[in-house]
Write a protein that binds this ligand. Structure first.
Ligand code: ASP
Length: 436
């Protein structure tokens, strides 16, 4: 059994957290490849080391004195090293970093040092081999990630390596220029390593006991999801629920490798399994609820629209011409409504109205703003009847006026449009109706 284990910044913010991570790894022989993030926040208003590195680099790039800022970063690492009673010394690494900052080698390089240094500490602490991600994660000259070359490099490098620490978040071009993924990208590295070694499981350790049914800022202490399919996860993440970097799903999905989201502070909790598909009956009919505010709708009416071939295409053409993507498009016999992101739409509003008049000659065009969309997602909906009535019954009881309903043909999700002001109440009502 081979497991890849990735630990997020809060799991590695201090020596105390490192110790927890160490005992998690040592408690299971199969946890062989470790992907650390940079040290995160130790307390609520602390600063992540990655952010400190970016700031420090901007100071250096502006030609200002960055000595003090770099020393503060060094302090963060030395505190961990001392707390773990390691003999490791990072002075030489910091000398190289100081020189590279002065030479303005780039902000990607700067940010990547957070993971690089934490990886060195982790390798020393576990007595595992350290593999620099710059040697095995490949980007092209434009900074575009190269999946297949990376897979080959990783597979070849790890073939005869029993145990290793590979820092997350970065890689390099063929000639050694360091490049990073977008923020939170250590999740992606973990997934790439899992794919390359064909791991049995990719464990992603964080500070919550899994992916929660809904946003804890709206519902107090929501329960964690036991298992979720990649597809359900896509739907929920698209609607704003975050637990993993979006791009972290694809490499493991290709190989059918499950991901287990786990809590470093409560390792005994099962966490959430993210899987390709499962026969396991979900505990509740719905898997998750997520949503976003800030949409508007453009409602178009035209008599006999149904028989006018190409009408829908012409309306959508206007959005495409203005470079606006649409979210949903429910339609009736003589009506069609397009939901778009308000921020994206506002500046181009008048061009779009004019365009629709020109291309589609509608009888009526109306707009409504300040709308929110809520996705209720669940593979269990297919085999349970009464889900819709339960959702809309709960919304009616909570006095929420439903503006739009859109059920995908997969029967895995129902999208509900409400006014922004009703958003939180709607989410609470749906949660309470399903999760007891
Ligand atoms: N340290 C990086 C960040 O803060 C990457 C990561 O933690 O995954 O975004």
């Amino acid at each position: 059994m081979k497991k890849v284990v990735k630990f997020g910044g809060s799991s590695l913010a201090s020596a105390k957290q490192f110790r927890k991570v160490g005992s998690i790894i040592k408690s299971d022989e199969s946890r062989r490849y470790v992907i650390p993030s940079a040290p995160g926040k130790r307390f609520f208003d602390d600063t992540k080391v990655t952010d400190m590195l970016y700031h420090c680099y901007y100071t250096a790039a502006n030609g200002e004195d960055f000595e003090e800022q770099l020393n503060e970063i060094k302090e963060r690492y030395n505190e961990i090293i001392d707390g773990l009673a390691l003999t490791l010394c990072l002075d030489e690494d910091f000398e190289v970093i100081r020189k590279n900052f002065a030479d303005r080698v780039g902000s990607d390089y700067a940010a990547s040092r957070g993971e690089y240094l934490n990886g060195k500490i982790m390798a020393a602490y576990l007595e595992y081999e350290f593999i620099d991600a710059a040697d095995v994660i490949r980007f092209d000259q434009d900074g575009v990630f190269e999946a297949e070359i990376t897979n080959e490099l990783l597979a070849a490098r790890l073939k005869n390596c029993e145990r290793a620490v590979i820092p997350g978040f970065y890689g390099a071009t063929e000639d050694g220029n360091v490049r990073t993924f977008s923020r939170g990208g250590s999740d992606v590295t973990g997934s790439l390593v899992a794919r390359a070694i064909q791991a049995d499981l990719y464990e992603n350790w964080t500070d919550v006991s899994g992916f929660l049914v809904t946003d804890p800022r709206i519902v107090k202490d929501p329960v964690a999801i036991e298992s979720i399919t990649y597809r359900e996860l896509r739907e929920l993440s698209y609607m704003g629920a975050t637990v993993l970097h979006e791009e972290a799903i694809f490499p493991v999905r290709k190989e059918g490798i499950p991901i287990n989201i786990k809590n470093t502070n409560k390792p005994e909790d099962e966490g959430t399994f993210i899987v390709e598909s499962t026969c396991k009956k979900p505990k509740y009919t719905i898997t998750g609820i997520a949503g976003k505010k800030g949409f508007c709708s453009i409602h178009v009416e035209k008599s006999l629209m149904n028989s006018e071939i190409g009408f829908g295409r012409r309306v959508l053409q206007v959005f495409e011409d203005n470079n606006i993507s649409f979210e949903h498009m429910p339609s009736g016999i003589d009506t069609l409504t397009v939901y778009v992101n308000q921020d994206e739409f506002e500046d181009k509003e008048q061009q779009v109205i004019a365009g629709i008049h020109r291309l589609a000659a509608p009888d009526l065009l109306e707009m409504e703003s300040e709308l929110a969309l809520i996705a209720v997602v669940g593979r269990g909906m297919k085999s349970n009847h009464g889900t819709a009535s339960k959702i809309f019954g709960a919304l009616a009881k909570a006095n929420v006026n439903v503006k739009m309903i859109d059920q995908g043909s997969s029967e895995q999700n129902i999208i509900i449009g409400v006014k922004n002001r009703d958003f939180e109440n709607a989410v609470k009502a749906i949660y309470a109706a399903f999760v007891k």
